[in-house]
Design a protein around this ligand. Sequence first.
Ligand code: NAI
Length: 278
Amino acid sequence: MGKMLSGKTAVVTGAGKRSGIGYAVACKLAAEGANIVIADLGPDSDPELAVKTGTENEMADIVAEIVRDHCVDAMAVNLDVTNSDSIARMVDAVAKRFEKIQILVNNAGASFGVPNAVHTYDETAWMKTIDVNLHGVFRVSRALLPMMILEGGTIINTASRAGKTPPLFNGAYAVAKAGVIMLTKVMASELAGNGVRVNAICPGQIATDLEKWRFGLEAQFFDSTIEEREAEMCKTIPLGRIGRPDEVGDLVVFLASDRSSYMTGQAINITGGQLMEL
Ligand code: NAI
């Protein structure tokens, strides 16, 4: 059977380390035949990030692995989604290698200034959280859409369960992710006539560095351990476990492919049943 994404090229932001969702997404897309652009902070890593990004070497290793394992073309490019110059350099680099892109996965994300209630939240940290998670999606989509719009494509924005139901003491992130869901719907409406479908995914608890860090914060707060916090959390998940990045990758492949050809403007939960909506 042919691969679903052969001949297509995908840009995945925040995909520069093996422990993250972005890497798993990139591998799943490549396994279906898509060429891959790994875009991440790399050497421009933000010292304020609580969860460290991959190094330039790790990004290069990931590219080599994807080319070797999946026989597709791949490249790594440095990208800071909060910096328009960095985005313009990324677009130039991608355009030199690939004439068009058909798939954009806006996966980069981060939280700053947590845990804090709204009334104690540092203003700079609040703004930065919204800048990375929400404005980053706007900036990167805006910059890459001219490479997509002529022959159509799909955009998958990584929102979160937190964008639909409020987490405690992580308000800026929740507000940003809710904004990502609405931005997805706005873009889906505006771009449908151009053959670009836009959907969001809303992961719950997925085993990555970000998730471990959040459990670590909770463990400090409750004078507990990361393992105990994880076990408590699993009691609230009908499937009884934390999700895996590759499971998110499977959902992204579906949304990137023609298997979801009649879907746009949706925000799909992938939470092990932790979030159920009518
Ligand atoms: P992670 O922290 O392991 O990876 C995030 C990636 O984004 C890193 O590679 C980082 O370098 C990159 N990044 C951060 N700031 C950036 C910037 N300014 N420019 C470019 N890249 C930047 O996190 P994880 O868990 O892999 O998360 C991926 C996405 O999934 C994020 O959008 C996150 O908010 C979202 N998510 C994760 C959940 C989880 O349980 N792990 C749950 C819900 C949503």
